[in-house]
Ligand binder design. Sequence first.
Ligand SMILES: [Zn+2]
Length: 375
Amino acid sequence: MMYINNMKLTLQIKLLPSNEQAKSLLTTLKEANVACNQISDVIWQKKVFNQFKVHHLVYHNLKKATRLSAQILIRCISKVIDTYKLDKKVQRRFRPLGAITYDTRILSYNIGKQITSIWSVDGRLKIPFVCHNPKYFPYIKGEADLVYKKGKFYLFQTVEVPEDDVKDIEEFIGVDFGIINLATTSDGNKFSGKAVDNVRQKITKLKRALQKRGSKSAKRHLKKLSGKERRFKKNINHIISKQIVQLTKDTSKGIALENLKGFKVTVRKAQREQFGKWAFNELRNFIAYKAKLNGIPVVFVDPRNTSRTCSRCGHISKSNRKTQSKFVCVQCGFSLNADLNAAINIASRASVNKPIAVHPPVVMTPSLGTASHLL
Ligand SMILES: [Zn+2]
């Protein structure tokens, strides 16, 4: 069994600065990014990529030449060094208003009054803020990025949420992923992939037309399109995961998902191309983390043959799967929607495996393996 005690999430906090405060924040971002570019110049010219050496080369000059605090400068140095970690062959440039990182020495919160105290080149600023998830405030920990986006300032604050004690869960709701239904739960809820498919078809058509043109502006449009598609799927994943967690919340059941290793196997090639492997992984991760936040245990089970196994008699055969949507057992004749049959198998594997988490070992079916664990 593997337990993770804390979950790291990012809390989006919107700052509500006065005009003057906004100016100070902008100046701070600008000065920090100018410094980042200067650090990058030095790294590039001297071909020095080691934190300690770079610090030695740039820190004192920058401290003298800028109004940036020691803490911000140290953050800037690490930021620039990090960008060279992947590739040392291209010199890095930083956007004039790119995000900068704060830690507790230069940023604090008054939760009750909803005010942050944030360092700027013009001194500490007390800025009101809003946040839609105040329940996470007690868990604020570590760094935050100050981000300027479409004329607004945000803090992307790291929070570490402790995992609730695992409840004594007897039953699990299994979730199966597919294309016709992006998700099917073992208690019969279906989340259609139709909207996704319509948008995908539209986008594919557009993409083809643009690819044919091949012009510069066509390429720009293609890039925009793939961003749009990504955001659309992400939104769908948020909606579905939220609903599944909501539906489970009141049942005092846990959620069972297929573990990642076999996930690649079960989401077949054609399906991966339609919704995208990353999108299924994202959906799966969204369900897992939203469940955790609501104190719902999540169990990952061995995914082998979940779609070929009869959920009534346990018979495993390729020919059980008559069509994409229909399951008919060749042994006992049991027939059911194929996604639902798979979801029930996932749920029952969790129930079989689960007692190891809470009680001494009970029943273990050898073919199920011991791969299941609590996240
Ligand atoms: Zn059967």
